[in-house]
Design a protein around this ligand. Structure first.
Ligand code: NAG
Ligand code: NAG
Ligand code: NAG
Ligand code: NAG
Length: 442
């Protein structure tokens, strides 16, 4: 009942902004109390409303067909659509959208103001990053890193800057759920998610491969170089965290029974100086056939630099473990890697690696992808800015953040995905392409 009441009143507020309605709701919705205290109006007050569709039109449109940049798409992460998106607004004479990074700008490698948007040559540059909330200005978005987000922060954040209904609270996340806090009581707090998860509002993968428009089928391509020529060693892995929940260390050790794996880092026997990353990578590139891109957690979509930077960018074939095989086939370049779950056992995997080691023609097929596309800049700050300026942006929030981030089937500990998927019958409907995001004005 309370929820229904809340929704109806929100719509009324949006549509006609009757102040009396607000007063009767004051004791029900605490955030509205804050709004009233600070005398912030319910429409976006610093914008000239004649430039925008009126809200009733927007809501009707959204109910029918949310546009591509917002709506989840099962085979498209929407990154390109968002990068290209240019809201149809003459914002040059309007004040910038203000994005608050309350935990400090330095942690983001950005500066105060609009420099980030200019540097990335964003289609829309009228946005400002700031770390100290100004008392008199409207904040349009707040970004929270997943590791800092918790209930206390939420309460504190509310007390520092008022939250108006068009202010987007954004969760940014590159860590796996296993490395991030529990999000108890953060239900309907976060509006947009910006994580590597494919079902985020603003998908932020570690890297993004885009096939050329003329791409046909990987089997139509031929390797253009003998990438095996200089390589004399079998496999390598750099690992500094020895206690991963998916027991990757056990897999490495088992592999070592069958093939030679040079084990660098804190839990291995070899060292390649950290400060000397270039030399380590060069060594990989020149000497090794395979790199074990073993993530520290088996979680959906959790594919990091271990694949993109360590392996693919160093011309060494990645043997991957971590995310579901479907996630790799969506995110990695076609035919570029070997998933441990393509084999029933570690021994079978080892046999296949030995086979490739003996057959250069087969081995170098793993480099055909290089002619099929390239890695692109996903322009994170640009996308945030453009989306904030979308005058048709739907209001939405994640009803159960914790469930979305670490619900059943997101991470599987030391299990195999093929086994876990059998066990979790409802997984498909429960998780895949179900953001958990609820449109407020539906
Ligand atoms: C707002 O939208 C409604 C519904 O489409 C329309 O009837 C009304 O004329 C619009 N008002 C303005 C000021 O454009
Ligand atoms: C496909 O497109 C890429 C990038 O535009 C280009 O470099 C390549 O030569 C094209 N390949 C063919 C076969 O046309
Ligand atoms: C690509 O070509 C191979 C071999 O001709 C074929 O088996 C496969 O189905 C093709 N894939 C697609 C997506 O067309
Ligand atoms: C964010 O979520 C809250 C809570 O559901 C909602 O009141 C607000 O309108 C949402 N804002 C946006 C920009 O979606």
């Amino acid at each position: 009942m309370a929820i229904k009441c809340k929704r109806i009143h929100k719509q009324l507020l949006l549509l006609i902004g009757i102040f009396i309605v607000l007063n009767c709701m004051l004791n029900v919705i605490p955030q509205y109390q804050i709004l009233q205290k600070n005398k912030i109006l319910f429409d976006v007050p610093h914008l000239d409303s004649t430039l925008f569709n009126n809200h009733s039109t927007t809501i009707v449109t959204r109910k029918r067909e949310p546009v591509q940049i917002w709506k989840l798409h099962p085979s498209d992460d929407r990154i390109l659509a968002q990068v290209k998106f240019r809201p149809n607004v003459d914002f040059t004479s309007l004040p910038p959208k203000r994005i608050l990074l309350a935990q400090g700008l330095s942690g983001w490698g950005v500066q105060n103001g609009n420099k980030a948007f200019v540097e990335h040559q964003c289609p829309v540059q009228n946005c400002h990053l700031l770390e100290h909330p100004p008392s008199s200005e409207i904040i349009d978005a707040r970004i929270f890193k997943e590791i800092e987000l918790n209930e206390n922060m939420y309460r504190e954040a509310l007390s520092v800057v008022p939250r108006h209904p068009d202010q987007a609270w954004i969760m940014f996340g590159l860590e796996s759920p296993e490395a991030s806090p529990m999000y108890a009581n953060l239900n309907d707090v976060i509006n947009w998610t910006a994580t590597y998860r494919y079902d985020s509002t603003i998908v932020t993968p570690y890297d993004k491969f885009k096939a050329y428009d003329n791409f046909t089928n990987i089997s139509d391509y031929k390797p253009n170089k003998n990438f095996a020529a200089s390589k004399t060693k079998m496999a390598a892995i750099f690992m500094s965290n020895c206690y991963a929940s998916n027991n990757r260390l056990d897999i490495v050790k088992e592999l070592q029974q069958f093939i030679s794996v040079d084990f660098y880092g804190a839990c291995g026997t070899l060292t390649c100086e950290r400060g000397n990353e270039k030399t380590c990578f060069q060594k990989l590139k020149d000497e090794y056939k395979f790199y074990l891109s073993f993530e520290n957690a088996n979680c959906r979509d959790y594919i990091t630099d271990k694949l993109f930077l360590n392996a693919l960018r160093n011309d060494v074939v990645p043997v991957v473990m971590g995310a579901h095989p479907d996630d790799y086939s969506r995110m990695a370049p076609p035919g570029s890697y070997i998933h441990v779950e393509d084999f029933r056992s570690v021994q079978e995997l080892a046999n296949y690696l030995k086979f490739l080691n003996q057959n250069d023609d087969e081995y170098i097929k793993y480099f055909r992808w290089k002619q099929t596309g390239s890695f692109i800049d996903t322009k994170f700050w640009c996308r945030i800015c453009s989306l904030l300026w979308d005058h048709e942006k739907p209001r939405m929030s994640v009803p159960y953040l914790n469930k979305w981030w670490r619900g059943k089937g997101v991470c599987i500990g030391r299990g195999r995905w093929d086994k876990e998927m059998e066990n979790i019958d409802s997984l498909k409907s429960d998780l895949l392409f179900n953001t958990g995001i609820e449109y407020v004005n539906k």
